[in-house]
Design a protein around this ligand. Structure first.
Ligand SMILES: O=P(O)(O)OC[C@H]1O[C@](O)(CO)[C@@H](O)[C@@H]1O
Length: 397
């Protein structure tokens, strides 16, 4: 458990706050976008109307009695939160449950003809098929004659900034200008020391978004396998559509098929990944807990054991960061090592900053950011971090 006293859990009930705006504005907008993207029938339109009304002024309703995951959600807190306003329960819980209910409203959770139809697929496909993606993949050609470490860094940064859907395989961390550095924490040396070129271990990469984030995540995995920094990778994705663009197995297939159609170096990475899938060096996992509305302190035993045996578990994106350190208003200088001390193995986070949660910053970095941007740096997606806790559970005891 953290050596630091726990900070307050973030709720969505403070008007003017970022979490409140997500519940009050972003969720209704997502309902509108999804409704406009599909030729839904009357029952789906009615269900979307009901969800719109509920999330604006209603309360959290239980799942239907025949929902296959009803007991799971009851175990995740549904019995405690049902009947309360969406705004008064932990923000992480409320947001996660919104996406679960959206799947019911669109028929994705079935039964029926719409079962399994991802309501976010048109947006994910558009991003994957965008001409910008071709341009960014073509940039890989220029990397090929660089030293291994340089290519590794460029791919790490591609994966990091892919979280903003902006691959830019950067050869450096970008403008590190004071007082507001782009990269607010950079533990990349510690990360590479966990994945030396002679490695045979396993990387668990806990993915975030599909499309222009998942593609560079896959490229990074291909590089690590090819260069012998890891022997195996396990890519954790979501078992069902979630938080609009979160990657599912179908999105992995789309991304790999996309890489199979491009020219140049990108196609070579695609071939590496395709054969690594075939011989088991790359596997895809879609554990139910990946869509849990809970922090990773509540890891179920099977996932805990899996992460404990990995050489490194790498969490991508903002939502995973919130779950990793706890969705709490930590003082920004709270040590990342303290809030991740519960984690059963070496762990790293690659994240662009899109919500209030932050840990592991130096006091000087915080004051530079606040002086330049007040608190906007926390949520604007213009800053990023690479944080590592290299010690595993055994070493801490
Ligand atoms: O795709 P990412 O990086 O996980 O970001 C998702 C973030 O977007 C939001 O859903 C809304 O901004 C946050 O709640 C969440 O943390």
């Amino acid at each position: 458990m953290p050596a630091t006293p726990a900070a307050p859990v973030i709720l969505g009930n403070a008007p003017g706050s970022f979490p409140h705006s997500v519940l009050a504005e972003r969720h209704p907008a997502i309902i509108r976008q999804v409704r406009d993207a599909f030729p839904y029938g009357p029952a789906q339109h009615r269900a979307l109307d009901e969800l719109l009304k509920s999330c604006a002024e209603g309360v959290i309703e239980p799942l239907p009695e025949d929902a296959g995951d009803r007991d799971r959600w009851r175990g995740w807190g549904l019995d405690v939160y049902a009947g309360r306003s969406w705004f008064d329960v932990p923000w992480l819980w409320s947001e996660s449950y919104f996406y679960r209910r959206l799947l019911d409203a669109t028929g994705c959770t079935g039964p029926g003809a719409w079962q399994g139809i991802d309501p976010f697929r048109p947006f994910k496909r558009a991003e994957l098929d965008a001409p910008e993606t071709d341009g960014e993949l073509a940039a890989l050609d220029a990397l090929q004659d660089r030293a291994e470490r340089e290519r590794a860094d460029a791919l790490l940064h591609g994966s990091l900034w892919g979280n903003r859907a902006d691959l830019g395989f950067r050869l450096s961390a970008g403008e590190a200008a004071e007082p507001a550095p782009v990269l607010v924490a950079d533990d990349s040396e510690a990360l590479w020391s966990l994945l030396p070129p002679s490695g045979t271990g396993t990387l668990c990469l806990v993915a975030d978004n599909a499309g222009r984030e998942l593609v560079p995540d896959l490229l990074l995995i291909a590089h690590l396998l090819t260069e012998g920094r890891i022997g195996r990778a396990v890519l954790h994705v979501k078992p069902y559509p979630y938080y609009v663009s979160d990657a599912t197995t179908a999105d992995v297939v789309d991304a790999l098929r996309r890489l199979a159609t491009v020219p140049g170096a990108a196609a070579g990475y695609g071939r590496v990944l395709w054969s690594a899938m075939a011989d088991g060096r790359l596997t895809v996992r879609a554990h139910p807990f990946s869509c849990a509305p809970l922090p990773y302190t509540d890891l179920p035993d099977d996932l805990r054991a899996e992460f404990a045996s990995a050489t490194l578990t790498l969490f991508k994106g903002d939502l995973n960061y919130r779950r990793l350190v706890g969705d709490r208003l930590w003082p920004p200088t709270t040590l990342f090592q303290d809030v991740t001390a519960y984690f059963p193995g070496p762990v790293a986070a690659l994240r662009t900053l899109k919500s209030d949660v932050i840990t592991g910053l130096s006091a000087a970095t915080v004051s530079g950011l606040v002086a330049a941007e007040d608190q906007r740096w926390r949520t604007g997606g213009t800053h990023a971090l690479i944080q590592v806790n290299p010690s595993d559970d055994a070493q801490r005891k």
